[in-house]
Design a protein around this ligand. Structure first.
Ligand code: 4AD
Ligand code: MG
Length: 481
């Protein structure tokens, strides 16, 4: 047998009839004809299957019986024009090697529609389903596009730490990292855990964001980005929150809020266009799947546009940009506010909830929205203060079906103003001295933002739960696999 295998993706586009090909993959289905068996084989290179035609007398009933859904096989054969509809070519099997069988009585991933909840329980096998194969290929394409975009635009990829000694970002509850014995940790004289005796000689956590270190990079290299795992221990069991997620954080010296918005919009459009250009089959499959699924839903719960049209719409239209204050005005005058339909009431100064963000995007503007200049007290200490003394140069990008997909800001570069915020918020100065020093040595205006990578993937794939766009989700009470 040949050692090198031919990707199914390439064979399906080939018309080199009569040549020999060698494929390896997992059986999706097998259909028995009179004298032949038809095996649909998938090798992960494409959403589509290669049809293998296996002669019953040649291979024998015994062998063919072992080739069932989920089995892994290698096939050498001749590429021939397909007799059946639905594909151009098929493989006439000459040799079949069975790597691994999958007992049809037990194999959980049968060739039928399973619920998303069930598939989460078999996350070790779900990448083999067509839906998850499509999602993870798109996820890969988006990750690649992120690196390409930044590399092509003069940004440096900076690796910021995952274990951090500062909990100053205030972005959420953190996971403690420790090697102390949980049953009898060393105590200080006042009876608290003595983290001086811990591995790092201080209390440490998993990072909630690479931003603070990212700023240090931007104030030297000019334009940087991070792209790594971040962790939040909030107990929010929603379809849009993970305890472990990947964040993309560009940080740019000499950018003001306007530049930051321009970059965010251009970046998002580039990524979506990249997926449209590189994953057309996956998107088509997911669009059809979504339309199927939504058939059973009420009209108002259905997506207003099919997936691909929605993606094109975002690429082709300008994002709406407005102040938080104007947004609150719109929300307070809105029908759901008048009729008391919002769960959380809105007024100037309240943090916007997902229901408000989605109203603005899906009902009012019907396109992505960038909200800026939020009240200072609901945003992080590092955001640049406006002259009004009430608001900061914050920026949130809101997307249909998602709500907040990007959070960012221009940063406060003035030492005295920044220091005043640190004091006012009782942030322990000793964990942030290095950050504050950058405002004393060669400070510069700068800006940045964070894109939640899974929220982006959620939007592009049209999936409805964030647990279904990351291979192995981490959520409260769940760290299986
Ligand atoms: O708005 P956030 O908290 O911003 C920051 O962390 C800043 N340091 C970013 C920056 O300016 N460099 O988070 C940024 C984005 C959110 O808009 C959202 O898309 C995503 O990260 N995100 C989550 N995604 C999944 N699960 C969670 N628990 C998330 N929390 C935030
Ligand atoms: Mg945010």
């Amino acid at each position: 047998m040949l050692k090198e295998r031919n990707p199914v993706k390439e064979l399906l586009q080939s018309d080199a009839y009569g040549t020999q090909a060698h494929v390896k993959g997992w059986v999706q289905t097998k259909r028995e004809g009179k004298n032949v068996a038809f095996i649909a084989l998938n090798d992960g290179s494409t959403i589509h299957h290669l049809q293998i035609v296996a002669d019953v007398t040649r291979f024998g009933e015994e062998t063919l019986k072992q080739i069932t859904t989920g089995a892994c096989i290698a096939v050498t054969g001749e590429l021939v024009p397909s007799q059946g509809a639905g594909q151009k070519v098929e493989l006439l099997a000459k040799q079949i090697e069975i790597y691994g069988t999958a007992d049809p009585e037990k194999y959980p991933l049968q060739a039928k529609r399973h619920s998303m909840e069930f598939l989460r329980d078999i996350a070790h096998l779900r990448p083999r389903s067509r839906t998850f194969g499509a999602v993870f290929r798109i996820r890969h394409a988006l990750a690649f596009a992120i690196h390409k975009y930044f590399n092509d635009n003069g940004f440096y990829y900076l690796h910021t730490p995952i274990i951090t000694g500062s909990d100053a970002e205030g972005a959420g509850e953190m996971f403690r990292v420790t090697t102390l014995d949980p049953r009898k940790p060393p105590l200080t004289e006042t009876g608290e855990v003595d983290y001086k005796q811990d591995f790092f000689g201080k209390a440490t956590n998993l990072t909630v964001s690479g931003q603070l270190e990212g700023e240090l990079g931007a104030l030297a290299l000019g334009k940087i980005y991070t792209f790594g795992p971040t962790f939040r221990a909030e107990n929010s069991n929603t379809a849009r929150h993970l305890a472990e997620f990947w964040m993309v954080e560009p940080e740019m010296a000499f950018y003001d809020l306007e530049d930051n918005m321009d970059l965010a919009e251009d970046f998002m459009k580039y990524l979506i266009r990249y997926a449209l250009d590189h994953c057309p089959d996956e998107l088509q499959f997911l669009e059809t799947r979504l339309l199927e699924e939504e058939k059973n839903k009420k009209q108002e719960e259905r997506s207003p546009m099919p997936l691909i049209e929605k993606l094109r719409f975002v690429v082709d239209n300008q994002f709406e940009r407005l102040d938080y204050t104007q947004a609150v005005d719109i929300l307070m005058k809105s029908k759901p506010a008048q009729k008391g339909q919002f769960v959380y009431p809105v007024s100037w100064g309240t943090d916007l909830q997902s229901e408000h963000e989605r109203y603005l995007v899906e009902k009012h503007f019907k396109k992505p929205v960038i909200l800026v200049n939020y009240p200072m007290h609901i945003k992080s200490f590092y955001m640049k203060q406006n002259d009004d003394g009430k608001t900061v140069r914050a920026m949130d990008v809101l997307f249909p079906g998602i709500g907040e997909i990007i959070g960012g800001s221009q940063r406060e570069e003035n030492y005295d103003k920044l220091y005043a915020r640190v004091k006012a918020l009782n942030i322990p100065e000793e964990s942030l001295w290095w950050y504050l020093e950058t405002r004393q040595y060669g400070t510069a205006p700068h800006s940045g933002f964070g894109l939640g990578f899974e929220r982006l993937t959620l939007f592009v794939t049209g999936m409805t739960n964030i647990r279904d766009v990351i291979p192995f989700p981490r959520t409260p009470q769940n760290a299986e696999f």
